[in-house]
Ligand binder design. Structure first.
Ligand code: ADP
Length: 281
C-alpha cells in the first residue's frame, strides 16, 4: 500500500489519532507491531498495491523487483518509485523485506553470498544493475545510515573527512575543512562538536554518533540517503533530533527510511510503503 499522509503534527506522538490518519479499512500496525491484514490478502496471492506507486521524475524507479537469498524469496515483484526531495518510509512487520528493499537501492545485497536480484531498478533513468554500472560510484551517490551508529574508531573530524578523502572530493585542506564544517552543520552537530573535532568519535553520545554518521554520509555529497531504522537504538530526545533533521534534509535529498514505527512514518514521511511477507501491499 502506498499512502500519502498529510504532514503529521510533530507534537502528535500518534496513538488513536495516528491510527485514524491511515484511514479505515486499510492495513493497520497496532502498537504491538502486529499487522492486521484484510482477509483478501491472507489467501497468499500476489497483492496489487493500493495507491500510486509511481511519481513524476523519480530518483529511483523499481519495477518488478524480487530478491532471493539462495532459494528463499525475500522480496516479491515490488514496483515503486522514489521521489526527489521527499521521504519514503518503508514499514511493516519484522522480516517482511524492508531492509532487503533498501539494500537493493545501493546494491548492498551484492555483498551477501547467495543473494540474487531480479527486475529493474533505475536511478535517474540509468539501470543500476547494468554491467556498465560502477558500483563504488553508485554508492558514492547514495548515503546510508544504519540502525546502530557505527562511527569509525577515529576522530570526529576524520569520520566526516573519510569519504571526501577516499573519493578525492576536495583539493586542499581548506576545502576539506569547509566540507567537514557544512556536513556537521547540516547534520545539526556542529555546535556540539566544534571545539573537539580531534576527539574520538566514540566519545559522543549515541544520538550524537548517529548524527555524526549522517554527517559522514552527507560529506560525500549524495543525492539520496537511505536510513535503516536510524532511531531504534536512540532515546526519545535523540530520536526527535533525528526526525527534525530528516525533515530539514528532505529539502535537498530523497530519503528512504525503514522504520518499525507507524507513528514515525507518519511524522517523517510524505509517502509510506507497507511491506508484508515480501510484498508491497
Ligand atoms: P525486515 O527489514 O522487514 O525486517 P529483511 O529484509 O531483513 O526484513 O528480511 C526479509 C527476509 O529475508 C527475512 O525472512 C530474512 O530472514 C531474510 N534475510 C534477510 N537477510 C538475509 C541474509 N543475509 N541471508 C538470508 N536471508 C536473509
Amino acid at each position: 500500500m502506498i499512502h500519502e499522509p498529510r504532514r503529521a503534527d510533530s507534537n502528535s506522538a500518534g496513538g488513536a489519532d495516528a491510527g485514524r490518519r491511515f484511514g479505515d479499512g486499510g492495513l493497520n500496525l497496532k502498537p504491538s507491531g502486529r499487522l492486521h491484514v484484510p482477509d483478501s490478502l491472507e489467501a497468499g496471492s500476489l497483492a496489487r498495491p493500493v495507491g500510486d506507486t509511481s511519481v513524476v521524475d523519480p530518483v529511483f524507479s523499481c519495477r518488478d523487483v524480487s530478491v532471493f537469498y539462495s532459494a528463499k524469496q525475500a522480496l516479491k515483484n515490488v514496483t515503486i518509485d522514489v521521489a526527489r526531495r521527499q521521504v519514503l518510509a518503508a514499514i511493516g512487520p519484522s522480516g517482511c523485506g524492508k531492509s532487503t528493499f533498501l539494500r537493493c537501492l545501493n546494491r548492498m545485497n551484492d555483498t551477501i553470498p547467495g543473494a540474487r536480484v531480479t527486475g529493474t531498478i533505475t536511478m535517474d533513468g540509468e539501470d543500476i544493475y547494468s554491467k556498465r554500472q560502477d558500483v563504488a560510484q553508485l554508492r558514492a551517490r547514495i548515503g546510508m545510515v544504519f540502525q546502530k551508529p557505527n562511527p569509525f574508531p577515529r576522530s570526529i573530524y576524520d569520520n566526516v573527512a573519510y569519504g571526501p578523502r577516499i573519493h578525492s572530493l576536495t583539493r586542499s585542506r581548506a576545502d576539506l575543512d569547509e566540507l567537514v564544517f557544512t556536513s556537521l552543520q547540516r547534520a545539526g552537530l556542529w555546535d556540539e562538536v566544534k571545539d573537539r573535532l580531534g576527539s574520538p568519535a566514540i566519545s559522543l553520545s549515541g544520538g550524537q554518533q548517529q548524527r555524526l554518521c549522517i554527517a559522514r554520509a552527507l560529506a560525500v555529497q549524495p543525492e539520496v540517503i537511505l536510513m535503516d531504522e536510524p532511531c531504534s537504538a536512540l532515546d526519545p530526545i535523540a530520536t526527535a533530533h533525528i526526525e527534525d533533521l530528516i525533515e530539514q534534509l528532505r529539502a535537498s535529498y530523497a530519503i528512504v527510511i525503514v522504520t518499525h514505527s507507524m507513528q514515525q512514518a507518519a511524522r517523517v514521511s510524505q509517502r509510506t510503503a507497507y511491506f508484508y511477507m515480501g510484498q508491497l501491499i
